[in-house]
Write a protein that binds this ligand. Sequence first.
Ligand code: B1M
Length: 211
Amino acid sequence: MADMVQRIAKKLYQGDIEAVGELVQDALDAGMAPGEVLKDALLAGMDEVGRDFKEGVLFVPEVLFAARAMHAGMDLLRPLLADSEIASSGKCVLGTVKGDLHDIGKNLVTMMLEGGGFEAIDLGIDLEPGTFVDAVREHKPDVVGMSALLTTTMLQMKATIEALEEAGLRDSVKIMIGGAPVTAAFAVQIGADAYAPDAATAVEMARELMA
Ligand code: B1M
């Protein structure tokens, strides 16, 4: 079984979507518990992808392929996992703020969060502050994530936090922000709880926010 786990994690790291699907099915056929395949093979593999992405060993395309391979494995496991086994690390809603159409980084963060065991609900791009407010009411997330790539739109992060305050929802969530022009100092300035410079750190920060 240990060999099988390592092979799945290795193929996931390589972004081999087909092989991950086949190997996960083989592991299940061999009697491995779905929860074990998830934790020991898929999540462990994605953790390694996250580490190497952060250290500059892997780049965006490789991470996207690994995330897709993760999805291929998850598609097989999801129907088999008991609710307790699939219990997520936490729930995040995230999106790109009003006026901003950039979504590559946000998509990567979403996929890495899913790879890290979070339930990640992607709200899309060009989101009015009110859309975040509605999403918090509807999904009751632990973390709200905002992405901005423009110096002009990053100010919408502040507007969104204010909208959450006005709706009386600010204290029910943790807020994480990111995107090329965003900094840790800006996060403090606008009252966000966390800033992540990249998708791998976003997973680490989300875990810290849950702690
Ligand atoms: Co635009 N664009 N763009 N663009 N674009 C930039 C951002 C820019 C820096 C290019 C430049 O001039 N050098 C510049 C912004 C300048 C500024 O504000 N200071 C710019 C501009 C000006 C514009 C337009 C205004 C151009 C125009 O029309 N005149 C226009 C604006 C449209 C709009 O949004 N309203 C525009 C349009 C576009 C395209 C549509 C053509 C396209 C976007 C396609 C898409 O996203 N679907 C595009 C692109 C691709 C870029 C660049 C080239 C690449 C962005 C990207 O995807 N990077 C970008 C230049 C650059 O960054 N080199 C540029 C890869 C991605 C993986 O990185 O998004 O930084 P990034 O995400 C990282 C981290 O930031 C972090 O993790 C990610 C992964 O590690 N992160 C988070 C991101 N979100 C996070 C959230 C978190 C945590 C971490 O928590 C929730």
